[in-house]
Structures are given as structure tokens and as C-alpha cells.
Design a protein around this ligand. Structure first.
Ligand code: PEP
Length: 249
């Protein structure tokens, strides 16, 4: 881990019922969590209220997405103002499932980030390459292009955490090696330094996501430029998620 405060987010995706989420909340409430770690969970929208009312304040709540602007006649969408209203602190934007399954593009995601920051939400800004892009040697170019879209849109990086999530590692059980992750995190930091500022490069947390679990987190956390994790599958199990939170070194 680097010098910034370690950050671990749990992305519950489109999973859970009132009952299973109740159990997860009670497991998280009784877990021992290292004090020097920002811990965030991202439930599906409809369960955020349940989570806010029964989860310990020690853990902050994120949404998994939001609308690009002010609410209004946008059927099925949820606005940044509404997320603030129910007590969300964060929103995940640019997740690969939204990019590649739903079809969100860089510009759309950048606009969402700018609007969410303007509402006082923190943004977990996701980037990452597809397997084919990695095999073609395009990993850095893809990440830089996605980063640039965020950089062009956001007024400030103060409330942004970057999540590097190689798409081939998400939900596949194929975690990036610590070296593979570290290499991209360094490249991301370099890009920030050259294209935003040295200060933003050193202050912005860059977290890794993609098949992180209780067994592989410790080796990843040792890498100098890995400032935390975004966790999907393993965040649905309270004790395992706590192990990942506590892997801070
Ligand atoms: C994610 O969806 O952000 C993720 C990293 O998923 P998983 O941990 O299941 O690979």
C-alpha cells in the first residue's frame, strides 16, 4: 500500500434480498475492521435505505451508478441529489459491466462523474482493459483514454478514487498478479503526474479490482501503488470482506 489511506469498497452488484442483505449487515456490524481504512459498500439502489438504517456508521455507503445530471423525466434513473438525500457518500462510475454490457461510453461516464462530484458525492472511477486489449499490448493506452475522459470532465480530483479493474479479472477468478497490477498503477500515477499534476498523482488513491479474495489480498496490498481494493464477489461474505479490509500493510 502507498501513503494514502487504504480504501476498500464492496460492490454488491445486482445481488441480494432483504434477508441476505440483513445477514450481511449483521456480519459487517460485528466484524473487527482496522481503523485506518476507508470502508465502503455499494448495495443495489433499492436496498440502500435498509443498509443506511442498520449498518454501522463505520462503513460508508456507495451507489453503483447514477444519472448524468439533475433528476426529472428520466424513467428508471436515480439522480445524484437523491443519492445524497438517502445518505450515500460515494458512487461507482465507469464500472466495466456498465461500459461493456450496458454500453456506457467515456463521455457519458465523464459527465456523470462531474455531476456527482458537484453534488458532493465521492466518485469511484473505474478503468481497465479487456483481455484482447491486453494481449494486443494496449493496456496502458486503454487506461489512459479512460482516465483522460475523467480528467477532461472533473473539476477536481479531491473526492475521486481510481479503481483499476482489468476486465478479464472481474468475476473470473483470474486475479491480476501483484506485479501486473502494480505496473498499471504506476502507469496511472505517471499519467496523472504528467497530465494533471504531481500533487494529484501523489494524493489520489488507486485501488485494484478483479477477483480479489481473502487469500490473494495480502500479496496485492504489499504493492507500493495499490491503495486498496474494489471487491465484487468476495464482498458478499462479511468475514472475507473484513479480511480484505484488514490486509492493509
Ligand atoms: C467488481 O465488480 O468491481 C469486481 C472487482 O468483481 P470481482 O471481485 O467479483 O471480480
Amino acid at each position: 500500500a502507498g501513503s494514502g489511506k487504504f480504501f476498500v469498497g464492496g460492490n454488491w452488484k445486482c445481488n441480494g434480498t432483504k434477508e441476505s442483505i440483513g445477514k450481511l449487515i449483521s456480519d459487517l456490524n460485528s466484524a473487527m475492521l482496522e481503523s485506518d481504512v476507508d470502508v465502503v459498500v455499494a448495495p443495489p439502489f433499492i436496498y440502500i435505505d435498509q443498509v443506511k438504517s442498520s449498518l454501522t456508521d463505520r462503513i460508508e455507503v456507495s451507489a453503483q451508478n447514477c444519472w448524468i445530471g439533475k433528476g426529472g423525466a428520466f424513467t428508471g434513473e436515480i439522480s445524484g441529489e437523491q443519492l445524497k438525500d438517502i445518505g450515500c457518500k460515494w458512487v461507482i462510475l465507469g464500472h466495466s459491466e456498465r461500459r461493456h454490457i450496458i454500453g456506457e461510453d467515456d463521455e457519458f461516464i465523464g459527465k456523470k462523474a462531474a455531476y456527482a462530484l458537484g453534488q458532493g458525492l465521492g466518485v469511484i472511477a473505474c478503468i481497465g482493459e479487456l483481455l484482447q486489449q491486453r494481449e494486443e499490448g494496449k493496456t496502458f493506452d486503454v487506461c489512459y483514454k479512460q482516465l483522460k475522459a475523467f480528467a477532461d470532465a472533473v473539476p477536481s480530483w479531491d473526492d475521486v478514487v481510481i479503481a483499476y479493474e482489468p476486465v478479464w479479472a472481474i468475476g473470473t477468478g483470474k486475479v491480476a498478479t501483484p506485479q501486473q497490477a502494480q505496473e498499471v498503477h504506476v502507469a496511472v500515477r505517471d499519467w496523472l503526474s504528467k497530465n494533471v499534476s504531481a500533487e494529484v498523482a501523489s494524493k489520489t488513491r488507486i485501488i485494484y479490482g478483479g477477483s480479489v479474495n481473502g487469500s490473494n489480498c495480502a500479496d496485492l496490498a504489499k504493492q507500493e501503488d495499490i491503495d486498496g481494493f474494489l471487491v465484487g464477489g468476495a464482498s458478499l461474505k462479511g468475514p472475507e470482506f473484513a479480511t480484505i479490509v484488514n490486509s492493509v500493510t
